[in-house]
Design a protein around this ligand. Structure first.
Ligand code: G3I
Length: 330
């Protein structure tokens, strides 16, 4: 049998294999990216505050660089993210020192989407259009945000409509975390169902998959994929990492993962990829929120400066043992 050595080639018939990159890791992890991934997402560089710091100022130098990098290496590119409560410049919500009126905010939103999506039209196959608008609290549906305060829930469908007009061929996703949690997945499902019922161009759901070696359960992940797929939409895993720490573990004393942690992470990764293969009909792409353990946003979250080791590649860009095992399962 043919020996496959690349992650994306191994899954080529099933789904795209992606990684988030940034200005630094596109160089420091270039070899791993080239060899193992065929889809890229900018970790921060296409976000509102990065590309649109002032009303009449768009700054595309860095996002252009990332898109050029993807083109040079013939990697598909995802867009992240258009409408979010975080990393969004304050000016968009302000007008003469007060909260902006709905009409003006909608106009600004359309300008942003037209300009950013238009610039990369045909170069980005999928956009995370709306990010994280569902509340985590059980007794609340939507998260409080400036978008919501000014426009109510209507900003959500508008964002999808404007994006679809700006690039009719892109796959448009609603993207969120804690997506496998029963209460939250029901709300995400309801949101997308309402949008679909109204004919809003939403084509898929992004399950961020910020998971860890204990949570969530495979059962909850399966139920989430099945529930979302029952809407007849594509599912993407958009920001996967498998933290070595449980959610409430705030320990800071480890300079490397214990053998037990490493074994658990290996087991979990094997199980996750089994589940992805099981549902490959519905899954368009699986994207990691980084490349190798030398850099991850988890080094600053939830404990600032605490090292984590969430990926398939170690701090020296070498594949972990689990990679071979993933690629020997068929
Ligand atoms: O760029 C500044 C730099 O100039 C400054 O010196 C430095 C000091 O802290 O901060 C730098 O900005 C940081 C930025 O990442 C770029 O590295 C911000 O502080 C930091 O908050 C920001 O974190 C990003 C986070 O989103 C912010 O919300 C992470 O890198 C990024 O991985 C993370 O990604 C999000 C997804 O977009 C949405 N889903 C959740 C996911 C994880 O939080």
């Amino acid at each position: 049998t043919k020996q496959l050595t690349s992650l994306y080639q191994h899954f080529e018939k099933d789904f795209k294999m992606g990684a988030a990159i940034n200005q630094r890791t596109m160089y420091s992890s270039e070899e791993v990216i080239k060899k193992h991934f065929n889809s890229l997402t900018a970790e921060n560089e296409m976000k509102f505050e990065s590309v649109h710091p002032n009303e009449n100022e768009y700054t595309f130098e860095i996002s252009d660089k990332i898109v050029a990098f993807a083109e040079k290496h013939q990697k598909a590119m995802r867009g992240h993210t258009l409408i979010w409560h975080n990393q969004t410049s304050d000016w968009i919500f302000e007008q003469s020192g007060r909260l902006v009126d709905p009409e003006t905010l909608l106009k600004r939103m359309k300008d942003h989407i037209d300009t950013v999506v238009g610039r990369y039209k045909g170069k980005i196959y999928s956009w995370d259009v709306v990010n994280e608008v569902i509340a985590d609290e059980a007794d609340k549906f939507y998260r409080d945000s400036k978008w919501f305060q000014v426009l109510g829930e209507s900003f959500i469908e508008k964002a999808f409509e404007y994006t679809h007009l700006a690039d009719p061929n892109a796959t448009l996703l609603y993207n969120d975390y804690n997506e496998s949690n029963p209460g939250k997945r029901d709300k995400i499902y309801q949101l997308i169902r309402q949008l679909k019922d109204k004919g809003v161009p939403v084509h898929g759901v992004g399950m961020q998959a910020h998971w860890n070696i204990y949570d969530p359960s495979l059962d909850n992940i399966r139920k989430a994929i099945e529930k979302y797929a029952s809407l007849g939409i594509e599912v993407q895993i958009t920001e996967m990492d498998v933290s070595m720490f449980a959610f409430d573990d705030k320990r800071t004393d480890l300079t490397e993962p214990t053998e037990e942690m490493k074994a658990l992470q290996m087991e979990r990764y094997l199980q996750f990829f089994e589940v992805f293969k099981e549902y490959k009909k519905h899954i368009g792409a699986v994207t990691f929120w980084g490349v190798a353990d030398d850099y991850t946003w988890l080094n600053d979250f939830p404990v600032k400066g605490r090292k984590n080791w969430p990926f398939l590649f170690d701090e020296n860009q070498q594949p972990k043992e689990v990679l071979k095992k993933i690629m020997s399962n068929r």
